[in-house]
Design a protein around this ligand. Structure first.
Ligand code: HPA
Length: 298
C-alpha cells in the first residue's frame, strides 16, 4: 500500500540520518494545516511584536543584545523541524530589545537540508499566529556587486527567487492573501529610517537585490556572472521563502545580508563555510548595532 511504501522510504531517510522530506513522511501531502506546530503557551503569552531570523554566523545576536526572557529549543515543539547546520543552534529566544518584545530564531531551516518549503517557513506561520507584525530576516551572502567588500552589510531592496519553487504552492489554510503582491517586499519606510540611522552613525550600509539559490553548493563563476546580469547584488541560500510567507500574512519585512565573501569568480579564492562564519564573526558588534537599531526604529 501507499502507506507501507511511505514508511519504508521514511526508514531509509532515518537510517541515513537525513531529514525526512515531507513527501516521504507519514504526513503524505504538503498540507500545512496538518503539520501546524503546537506553539508553547509561554510564546503565545509573551505576545512578541517583532520577529528576527538570525542567519549563518549571526546567532550570537540573541545572546549579545536581547534581554532574554526565555528560550524554547525547536526540538521541544511538537511538529517542528530541527536545524542541522553547523553554527545554527536551533531555538527560539524571546525577550526585549529597548523595550520592544521580540522573538528570535537562533538557527533557521534551509531548503538544502531537505525540508519541504512548508517546513522551512513554518516558523513564520507560528510567528504570525502569536501576533508578530514585523519580521527582520538576516543572512550571510556572497557579494556580486563589485562595490561590496566582505564585512559590508546590505539592506535588501528587493529579491530574486531563483529557488525554482515557491513556499505558497499547495498552501492549505485560508489566512492571508492567495496571490500576494510583491512590489515592495522589504518595507520602504522602515528601510529609509535604517538608512538614515546608518548615515548618522557612519555605517557603510549597502542596499541591493538578493538572489536566492537552493544551495548547498556555492555558485559557479558563470552563475555569478549570470546573476549579476539579472540584477542581483548578492547571492545566498535563504531568506526568500520566509519573506514570501511573511508578505502573504501582510507582515512588514526587513532583510539584512552580511556580505561574508566575494561571490565565486569575483574572488579567486576557494569558498568555504568557515570563511562565511569567520567574516560574520568578525563584524559581530557592527551587525548587532545595526540590527538593534533596526528593531528600535520598527
Ligand atoms: N553564495 C551563496 N551563499 C552564500 C555565500 C555565497 O557566496 N556566502 C554566504 N552565503
Amino acid at each position: 500500500s501507499t502507506l507501507d511504501r511511505s514508511s519504508a522510504a521514511s526508514d531509509v531517510y532515518k537510517r541515513q540520518g537525513l531529514a525526512i522530506p515531507l513527501s516521504h513522511s507519514n504526513n503524505e501531502s504538503n498540507d500545512h494545516a496538518m503539520i501546524l506546530p503546537k506553539i508553547p503557551q509561554e510564546l503565545t503569552d509573551f505576545k512578541p511584536e517583532i520577529g528576527l531570523i538570525l542567519g549563518s554566523g549571526l546567532g550570537f545576536f540573541a545572546d549579545d543584545r536581547i534581554e532574554v526572557v526565555g528560550r524554547v529549543p525547536y526540538g521541544d515543539i511538537e511538529g517542528f523541524p530541527v536545524s542541522t547546520v553547523q553554527g545554527h543552534v536551533g531555538q527560539f529566544v524571546y525577550g526585549t530589545i529597548e523595550g520592544k518584545r521580540v522573538i528570535c530564531m537562533q538557527g533557521r531551516f534551509h531548503f538544502y537540508e531537505g525540508y519541504a518549503m512548508s517546513q522551512v517557513t513554518l516558523p513564520i506561520r507560528a510567528m504570525h499566529e502569536i501576533g508578530v507584525r514585523t519580521l527582520f530576516v538576516t543572512n550571510a551572502a556572497g557579494g556580486i556587486n563589485l562595490d561590496f567588500v566582505p564585512g559590508n552589510f546590505m539592506l535588501l531592496s528587493d529579491h530574486i527567487n531563483a529557488l525554482g519553487t515557491n513556499p505558497l504552492i499547495a498552501w492549505k489554510g485560508s489566512e492571508g492573501v492567495q496571490f500576494p503582491d510583491m512590489s515592495e517586499v522589504y518595507d520602504g519606510e522602515l528601510r529609509a529610517k535604517i538608512r538614515d540611522w546608518a548615515k548618522a552613525h557612519s555605517v557603510d550600509l549597502k542596499e541591493g537585490v538578493y538572489l536566492a539559490t537552493t544551495g548547498p553548493s556555492f555558485e559557479t563563476p558563470a552563475e555569478v556572472r549570470a546573476f549579476g546580469t539579472l540584477g542581483a547584488d548578492a547571492v545566498g541560500m535563504s531568506t526568500v521563502p520566509e519573506a514570501i510567507v511573511a508578505r502573504k500574512f501582510g507582515m512588514r519585512v526587513i532583510g539584512i545580508s552580511c556580505i561574508t565573501n566575494a561571490a565565486a569568480g569575483i574572488s579567486k579564492t576557494e569558498l568555504t563555510h568557515e570563511e562565511v562564519s569567520e567574516t560574520a564573526d568578525s563584524v559581530r558588534p557592527q551587525f548587532a548595532d545595526l540590527l538593534a537599531a533596526g528593531v528600535s526604529l520598527a
